[in-house]
Design a protein around this ligand. Structure first.
Ligand SMILES: Nc1ncnc2c1ncn2[C@@H]1O[C@H](COP(=O)(O)OP(=O)(O)OP(=O)(O)O)[C@@H](O)[C@H]1O
Ligand SMILES: [Mg+2]
Length: 502
């Protein structure tokens, strides 16, 4: 810690910074230690808000030198820049930016910059809990760092999910939005951050949006996050080893109230790379255990098994299952896409279970092939699915599902083709066991069904009176199985039965 940097602030408020409480003549004093790095985090956010960019490396170098009372010659000595460039090319502009950002009507210079930095950092860190925030200079400054969330200008419904989610992200350290392809997880996360970033009393002071669909190596992801959250600094200071980098990241995050969105994070938990999966498991565990003001928001098609273990161990993690849009919202979406027959739209919403991607996909095809007429489309009625949904099912049936699960899916599709009623648990167990090639115990069936529910492949319906559960499939899943039956099933009569359905 920088011993020159100690400032004492009388404050009854516990600070997130290292603080030293002393009992003195019956009074409690809280010494807030402000280091250059901590002050830099605050001032960098303010500069970003004012100038639309972070401070540059040479600017930070000069500020750090000025903080330690160094001459320009000394500052330049240990850097890649000349004295002339730093003093004449960078410093003049820097003092001007700082005067406008933190000067409070006074001129900021090399001599007094440290006082301004300390003052602004103390104001920031000594402020009360968010609910009581009043006079902070960084109040309501909330930036979305990292990637750009998708455009959500045409967003419908989800009011209940949004209000529940807003509570969850303040209570939990990790929240996972879970649901099948195209159900609207990413759009919901984007809508959430759009809304919380304009709240009058924001719960977070920074938001990071990162898509991790490409399954980055942990070290690369941590390096990227560090770069985003930490002001640009000479790379000399950056730790080289992953665990040290994670520690540095956590340290930075502890200084902030940060919402870290990792969109499409299934790839991080996939078991085809065990070493990477274990690294990520430990990384998430550290984040969840060591950050007390930050929340991790993930979008997943399948809730990670690794998190189930952490939940059992009492860690603050929660999943939120995302279902299709409600009828009103889905109807609005279809009308905005140019359809206008409420009855036919209702039928589409039921067929696609309110999945916004599937609805959009079918509307595009109705426009392209049937001139936008739902009437003509229904004369040639068929069930279509998007390429994303097809890819999700291909992946599930090619390697994610166990043999038992595949057999269950095929059996349910067969039964629904013959009799469209959902199937009760006991009928499912008996029916499956009557098949020659299948022998399933009750526990085998429960385990298999739990896995299918987790992957949003099977739908459960609870009878309100008896509370008994029965199972069914979304029409698009049923259609997929029917289309691919020869490759999925070992008996020939199943294919025949399924051919009836479409
Ligand atoms: N509430 C909504 N209102 C309008 N459109 C929506 C809504 N939710 C999602 N969409 C649209 O549906 C499509 C799919 O949404 P999104 O990408 O969020 O799905 P996802 O669940 O993240 O899918 P994936 O599992 O493939 O990542 C997008 O075009 C999105 O704009
Ligand atoms: Mg998504």
């Amino acid at each position: 810690m920088d011993s020159n940097a100690v400032q004492t602030l009388k404050s009854p408020v516990p600070s997130p910074l290292a603080s030293n409480k002393q009992e003195f003549l019956g009074q409690k004093y809280c010494s807030v230690v402000v280091t250059f790095d901590e002050a830099l985090v605050v001032v960098n956010d303010l500069v970003l808000a004012k100038r639309g960019r972070y401070l540059s490396q040479p600017e930070i170098l000069i500020m750090r030198g000025a903080w330690h009372n160094r001459e320009f010659v000394e500052i330049a000595e240990n850097s890649d820049y000349s004295v002339n460039y730093l003093q004449r090319g960078v410093a003049t502009r820097l003092w001007d930016i700082l005067t406008k950002t933190i000067g409070n009507g006074k001129q900021v210079s090399k001599k007094n910059v440290r006082n301004f930095l300390e003052q602004v950092a103390q104001e920031h860190y000594a402020q009360p809990a968010p609910a009581e925030e009043k006079n902070s200079s960084v109040k309501n400054v909330i930036h979305i760092l990292g990637g750009k969330p998708p455009n959500i200008s045409n967003f419908y419904g989800r009011t209940r999910e949004l209000s529940y989610l807003k509570k969850l992200i303040t209570k939990q350290r990790c929240v996972s939005l879970v649901g099948g392809a195209g159900i609207g997880k990413t759009a919901l996360a984007a809508k959430l951050i759009q809304e919380i970033s304009v709240e009058s009393k924001p719960k977070f002071d920074s938001i990071i949006w990162k898509s991790v669909a490409h399954g980055p190596l942990l070290q690369d992801l941590v390096a990227e996050l560090l770069e985003l959250i930490r002001p640009l600094e000479p790379t000399l200071d950056s730790p080289k080893f992953t665990q040290a980098m994670i520690s540095a990241l956590i340290k930075q995050m502890q200084l902030r109230r940060c919402l870290l969105v990792l969109d499409e994070s299934d790839s991080l938990f996939e078991t085809n790379n065990l070493e990477q999966q274990l690294e990520y498991k430990l990384f998430f565990r550290r984040l969840i255990e060591e950050m007390d003001q930050t929340c991790l928001l993930l979008t997943n098609r399948v809730f990670p098994d690794d998190f189930e273990d952490l939940i059992i161990a009492g860690r603050p993690i929660q999943d939120l299952k995302i279902k299709g849009l409600d009828t009103d919202a889905a109807m609005q979406l279809l009308f905005d896409q140019g359809l206008n027959d409420p009855e036919k739209c209702n039928e589409l919403i039921k067929t696609y279970y309110g999945n916004p991607l599937e609805l959009k996909t079918v509307v595009t095809r109705i426009h392209h092939f049937f001139g936008g007429s739902t009437k003509k489309f229904f004369e040639n009625k068929t069930t279509l699915f998007s390429s994303q949904f097809q890819a999700m099912l291909d992946k599930a049936f090619s390697y994610l599902l166990s043999e038992n699960q595949r057999q269950i899916m095929i059996y349910v599709a067969q039964e629904l083709a013959l009799n469209s009623k959902p199937i009760l648990f006991t009928s499912l167990l008996n029916g499956l066991n009557q098949k020659e090639e299948i022998s399933l115990s009750t526990s085998d069936l429960i385990t298999a069904l739990e896995g299918l529910e987790k992957q949003s492949l099977i739908e459960t319906i609870k009878d309100p009176a008896s509370e008994e559960i029965s199972f069914t499939l979304q029409p698009i899943v049923k259609k997929y199985i029917r289309k691919n039956t020869p490759g999925l099933v070992h008996t020939s009569n199943a294919a025949e039965a399924l051919a009836i359905a479409s």
